[in-house]
Design a protein around this ligand. Structure first.
Ligand code: PRP
Length: 186
C-alpha cells in the first residue's frame, strides 16, 4: 500500500496507477484511430473524471479540446429515475461536434445515459463514452462504454478521482474502501 496514512481504511487495491496508465494508453490509440481526421471534444464530468481526463488527454498525440460539466443525480442510488440536474454546464456549443464523454465510473449507468441523451439533444454529431471503470453488476440501464478501462466488482471503491464524502480522490490507485469506514452511516 502506497499510502501509509490511509492503508487501514482501505481493503484491497483493484487497479494500480500503472495498470490504469497502461490501459489508458491503449484506449488513447483506439481513440486516435477512430477519430482520425475528425475534430474531437472531450467532455469530463466533474469531479470524479478529473484524473482520467488528465491522463487520457496527455496520452493522446492528436489535438483535442476539453470541456466540463458538473451534474447531480436526484435520489442517487435510491430511485432509478435517472433525472440529473446540471450544476455546471458546458462552455462550448457542441452542435455538430464529435463528443467523447469522459467518466471515472459507470455504476448504475443512469448519469451517462442521461448525459448522452442530453448532449445528443443539443445537436452533437456523435457522442461516445470513455469510462475508466465499470461495475457490470450495478448496471440499471442499457449503456455500454465505447472505451472501457476495467470492469470491477460491485464494491465501494475510492481513489483515482473517486471519493467517499469527498475524501480519497487523490489516491493514485483504485481501492476498495473498508466497509468499516461507512458502516455507521448506513
Ligand atoms: C459518480 C461518477 C459518475 C456517477 C456514476 O459521480 O463520477 O458521474 O457517479 O454513477 P451512475 O452510473 O450510477 O450514474 P458522483 O455523483 O459521485 O459525483 P463526483 O464525480 O463529483 O464524485
Amino acid at each position: 500500500m502506497r499510502y501509509d496514512d490511509v492503508s487501514d481504511e482501505l481493503d484491497e487495491i483493484l487497479v494500480t496507477e500503472e495498470q490504469m496508465l497502461a490501459r489508458l494508453a491503449e484506449l488513447a490509440r483506439e481513440v486516435e484511430r477512430d477519430y482520425d481526421g475528425h475534430d474531437l471534444l472531450l467532455v469530463g464530468v466533474l469531479k470524479g473524471a478529473v484524473m482520467v481526463m488528465s491522463d487520457l488527454s496527455r496520452a493522446l498525440t492528436r489535438p483535442v479540446r476539453m470541456d466540463w460539466m458538473a451534474v447531480s443525480s436526484y435520489g442517487h442510488g435510491t430511485t432509478s429515475s435517472g433525472v440529473v440536474r446540471i450544476l455546471k454546464d458546458l462552455d462550448t456549443d457542441i452542435a455538430g461536434k464529435n463528443v467523447l464523454l469522459v467518466e471515472d465510473i459507470i455504476d448504475t449507468g443512469l448519469t451517462l445515459s442521461w448525459l448522452r441523451d442530453n448532449l445528443l439533444s443539443r445537436g452533437a454529431l456523435t457522442v461516445k463514452i470513455l469510462a475508466a471503470l465499470q461495475k457490470p453488476d450495478a448496471l440499471k440501464v442499457d449503456i455500454v462504454a465505447d472505451y472501457l478501462g476495467f470492469d470491477i466488482p460491485n464494491k465501494f471503491v475510492v481513489g483515482y478521482g473517486l471519493d467517499y464524502a469527498e475524501n480519497y480522490r487523490h489516491l493514485r490507485d483504485v481501492a476498495v474502501l473498508s466497509p468499516r469506514m461507512y458502516a455507521d452511516s448506513e
